[in-house]
Design a protein around this ligand. Structure first.
Ligand SMILES: O=C([O-])[C@@H](O)[C@@H](O)[C@H](O)[C@@H](O)C(=O)[O-]
Ligand SMILES: [Mg+2]
Length: 418
């Protein structure tokens, strides 16, 4: 194939804001809107590759810099594209993890364009799929029934309702199961005292016998508390995720934990792998292509984990369909993925920017799209609408703690809290 038409003509980055329910976590509560950026990588021949990145002013600025750096490069030379993005960010963004967020979004757009040019799905470009559909876990959150009235805005409810105790969490899990068929569940913890969250997990285990369960308090606990919870939930959880902070802290917990420990917080860059392995700090790694530098790097990461006997799962943050498609393709192409993947998608899919019909959560799984590239089509009308929401909102970053303080002025962010 000649490179005449496969050169990158432009990269359009569109910031958007979409509705998000009041989901609680160890940092506070989700704001009424969540931010993402949508990438359209247009080639000389008119082919467009799609990408999606976490949003906010900082990420947008970096993506805008990346957009200038990639013009004229061949879309098939992802090594050169990634190097160009990395080089333009290096002077101001020293952390490889931070640069990974930007390179990843651009790489996904390149792979989508490549797949469209070749008429092959992205999973083929990653070596071929080993499964036709990818299992996801129902991601449960403690939550308020509505976003409270603030700044003259009326309260905003949703069709999930309130979940502030074990009965509420079980009811939410039942709804998740009814709507999407999930066969495993993750509870976002770090919100209530550990015994209350242990009770919620026990209630889930009774309601869904034999279904894999996980608990993730996002470092809300001390080493001692983490060990206590691990002992209490031995035989009930498949793994305990980020109970405490740092590789050293996790290693301390691991010494005495009957449960495998998982992370998407203390091992988030290549340089963290060696100390984590040496200290046996984590037994499960939640990959996330958004911050490991892309889909191909995620596959490489999986091979490293396989070599060291670290099991694999997948992390998620509030996201839309382009990211879900990318997550599904890479999960399909990793033989060694032994846990269902996380996804926030059920919380946000009402505002998706891809056309319906391809990505469906059914029986707790998403079928790997078989069309060219990521296999999803951008809904331009939805994109324009959500871009206007972004502009009008004035929101330029995520602040779960600040939002919580506006509702509960005495709220203090403390990690660990228990
Ligand atoms: O969206 C949230 O509240 C989650 O806590 C998210 O911020 C985390 O990144 C994530 O889902 C996790 O597994 O740690
Ligand atoms: Mg986590």
């Amino acid at each position: 194939m000649s490179t005449t038409g496969t050169k990158i003509r432009e990269l359009i980055v569109t910031p958007i804001a979409f509705r998000d329910p009041p989901l609680l976590n160890s940092n506070g509560v989700h704001e009424p809107l969540a931010l993402r950026c949508v990438l359209q990588l247009r080639l000389e021949d008119g082919t467009v590759g799609l990408g999606e990145s976490p949003g906010g002013a900082v990420r947008l600025e970096r993506l805008d810099a990346a957009a200038k750096a990639v013009v004229g490069l061949d879309v098939f030379d992802t090594t050169a594209v990634t190097a160009a993005v990395d080089a333009v960010l290096l002077p101001t963004v020293p952390s490889s993890h931070e640069r990974g967020w930007t390179t990843s979004a651009v790489e996904v757009a390149c792979l989508d364009a490549q797949g469209k040019l070749l008429g092959r799905p992205v999973s083929d470009l990653l070596g071929g799929r080993v499964r036709d559909s990818v299992p996801f876990a129902g991601y449960l959150f403690y939550k308020w029934g509505e976003h409270p009235a603030l700044d003259g805005r009326e309260a905003v409810g949703d069709d999930w309702g309130e979940a502030l105790d074990p009965a509420g969490i079980v009811a939410q899990a039942r709804l998740m199961r009814e709507r999407y068929g999930f066969r495993s569940f993750k509870l976002k913890g770090g919100v209530f005292p550990p015994d209350e969250e242990i009770a919620a997990i026990r209630a889930l285990s009774e309601a869904f016998p034999g279904q894999p369960l996980r608990l993730d308090p996002n470092t809300a606990w001390t080493v001692e508390t983490s060990r206590y919870v691990a002992r209490e939930l031995d035989g009930v959880l498949e793994y305990l995720e980020d109970p405490t902070a740092t590789i050293a802290g996790m290693a301390e917990v691991a010494k005495d934990s009957p449960l495998p420990l998982a992370t998407n917080m203390c091992v988030i860059a290549w340089e963290h792998l060696r100390p984590a392995v040496e200290q046996n700090a984590v037994q499960v790694l939640l990959t996330d292509h958004h911050y490991w530098g892309g889909l191909r790097r995620t596959r490489e990461l999986a091979a490293v984990c396989e070599a060291f006997g670290i099991a694999l799962s997948m992390h998620s943050n509030s996201h839309l369909g382009i990211s879900l498609a990318a997550m599904t393709h890479v999960a399909a192409a990793i033989p060694y993925l032994d846990h269902s993947c996380d996804t926030h998608y059920p919380w946000n899919l009402a505002d998706d920017i891809v056309r319906p019909g391809v990505l469906e959560l059914r029986d707790g799984e998403v079928k790997v799209p078989t069309g060219p590239g990521l296999g999803v089509e951008l809904d331009h009308e939805a994109l324009d609408r959500l871009h206007r929401v972004y502009l009008e909102s004035g929101m330029r970053g995520r602040d779960d703690t600040g939002y919580m303080r506006r509702v509960e002025p005495d709220y203090e962010l403390r990690l660990p809290r228990w």
